[in-house]
Ligand binder design. Structure first.
Ligand SMILES: Cc1ncc(COP(=O)(O)O)c(C=O)c1O
Length: 350
């Protein structure tokens, strides 16, 4: 009953096997190995983007911050949702790596930016000449921090507005696979065909040990990114171990199978929670996270039975009236089983 985070989940056995295979021999370091050539080709194929620049880093924060730094200048603004990971959970890495770019926060239900909200933010930023930050870029998270997704059409509506002002668009895809599976689209439809310029292609939360892809659909950014990655301390010498994980992820579309399993577990959990008296969803369940609230007595029982998850927002107490409802975040992963879900629901019911 581990629903605390998709990062607490184990890596897929195929990934571990790929790591063991990668341990043989003496391939070139720093990404100059044959495996990286194959990955570049595979990702270009998967994304139907023959010219894309493709890199690997070990954390989502590095992928995001380095992409932002590559796409804008220090005096520019990154438009993002108020609950975007780049705002809430990266310890200022985006500001640090960009040399001080400003994050302009946009509100919106279920962690999503609406076209009107984006237009409003654009119209009130960069209007005072040299005195204000200039408009720089848009960053969208998909799947969002609230377990919802943007469809390709929704992405396209936002990128159209950004591009009309000459702003590039980044997608934080720490849970990109979950979003693609949920939308029933292709990776290309969710990204460059919908106007996305650069993607953080998440793997860590979806069964890898620690790898995120960085994809620029316009290769003109390649060299600057390479320099920034090295300068920022994120060019791995033993890069083959990053490559091995990504290869396992891509082989046979393991990324898709794992995201499908995680999303299905979240659906089962979401539907099950709604059968509990007094329970409701805080956000629609569209990817691998369930944001729901139910009476304290059920939380008390779940915790007593050993379940692990977080109140969301954190800080609620198990002490208090039984029937008061408390919101929680429950993350599913490729390894969440039907039994895990059913045991958890049974624990809540007591
Ligand atoms: C939406 C989102 N983006 C990026 C990240 C990357 O995080 P990390 O740097 O921990 O790999 C996370 C991790 O929680 C996330 O949820």
């Amino acid at each position: 009953m581990f629903f605390g985070s998709d990062t607490t989940a184990p890596a897929h056995p195929s990934v571990l096997k790929a790591m063991a295979r990668a341990n043989e021999g003496y391939p070139h370091s720093y990404g100059a190995d044959h495996a990286m050539d194959e990955i570049r080709a595979q990702i270009r194929d998967l994304f139907e983007a023959p010219d894309a620049a493709v890199y690997l880093v070990a954390t989502g924060t590095a992928a995001n911050a380095l992409i932002l730094a590559t796409l804008i200048d220090p005096w520019q603004a990154v438009f993002c949702h108020r609950s975007a990971h780049i705002e809430t959970d990266e310890c200022g890495a985006p500001e640090f790596y960009t040399g001080g770019a400003k994050l302009v926060l946009i509100d919106g239900e279920h962690a999503k930016i609406s076209p009107d909200a984006l237009k409003n933010a654009l119209s009130t930023t960069g209007q005072v000449g040299v005195h204000g930050v200039q408009r720089g870029m848009l960053s969208l998270t998909n799947a969002t921090e609230n377990g919802t997704i943007y469809t390709p059409a929704e992405v396209a509506a936002l990128t159209k507005i950004a591009h009309a002002d000459g702003l590039p668009v980044h997608m934080d895809g720490a849970r990109f696979a979950n979003a693609v599976v949920a939308a029933g689209c292709t990776p290309a439809q969710m990204t460059w065909k919908a106007g996305v310029d650069a993607l953080s292609f998440g793997g860590t939360k979806n069964g890898l040990i620690g790898v995120e892809g960085v994809i620029f659909f316009d290769p003109k950014h390649a060299w600057e990114f390479e320099l920034r990655r090295k300068r920022g301390g994120h060019l791995f010498s033993k890069h083959r171990y990053l490559a091995a994980q990504m290869q396992a992820y891509l082989d046979g579309d393991l990324w898709r199978d794992m995201a499908t399993a995680a999303n299905a577990a979240a659906q089962r959990l979401s539907k099950g929670i709604l059968t509990i008296e007094g329970a409701s969803l805080v956000h629609p369940t569209q990817a691998n996270g369930v944001f729901a609230s139910w009476p304290r007595i059920g939380h008390r029982r779940a915790y007593a039975a050993g379940a692990e998850y977080y109140f969301w927002p954190e800080g609620a107490s198990l002490e208090g009236p039984d029937d008061e409802t408390l919101p929680a975040r429950l993350m599913c992963s490729w390894s969440t089983t039907n039994d895990d879900v059913d045991d958890f629901l049974a624990a809540i019911r007591g």
